[in-house]
Design a protein around this ligand. Sequence first.
Ligand SMILES: [Zn+2]
Ligand SMILES: [Zn+2]
Length: 244
Amino acid sequence: MSLLKKTKEILLDILFPRFCFGCGKEGSYLCQDCQSCLDITEDIFCLCSVPKRLVFSRNMNSAKCTQCLSKKLNGLFFPLSYQNNLVKELIRQFKYDPFVKELAKPLAELIITHFQLIDKEVWKDKILIPIPLHKKKLRKRGFNQAEEIAKELANRLEIPLLLNCLKKAKTTSPQAELSKKEREENIKGVFWIKNEHLIKNKKILLVDDIYTTGATMEEAAKILKKAGAKEVWGVVVAREPLSN
Ligand SMILES: [Zn+2]
Ligand SMILES: [Zn+2]
């Protein structure tokens, strides 16, 4: 690390000390102890609301149960359950506090640990695309949390990151306040594709922070496949299984 960068980091530490969201210890937003207490899944589960554990190997081109074969997403990778209170807190802080942008690093690390647990090189021949935010929302929030996680993943896994392909056309009502049916309606037609040639025949890891009903990811996968993507896999920090 360069001296300038090191000095900048020390200064930032003094001016803005970080405290662990789990135990309050000073030094980082997620300390080693709290991180090691998180129960990272060693399996892959289906997309459906009653998650089923699946047999998975790197060469498989989808990981879904028979009821989900018509879905556009090929499968979903997630290290954690959104039921866990610390996970909930980390994601909430990351979404709404512009000062904790660097939480992307430990969150991406959790995803990588999950990848390593299920199959060492599941990312190998793939490219990363984050779920985009609408321009207006991006300006308001300051950064796109999905993009920050995707950037960290791209750095660590050394695979390409495409930020100029999947775009969001309009602002939508917050998904969290809607029912499953309303979510599907709300998200319909919101994405569009730029630079189609960059995704043709590609295997894509589509990144977001959480997966709830999956309506957003499914809509994005639909449009990416229409544009010629070969595979589209969801990658999130946590999933919330819903049964409605
Ligand atoms: Zn801690
Ligand atoms: Zn299923």
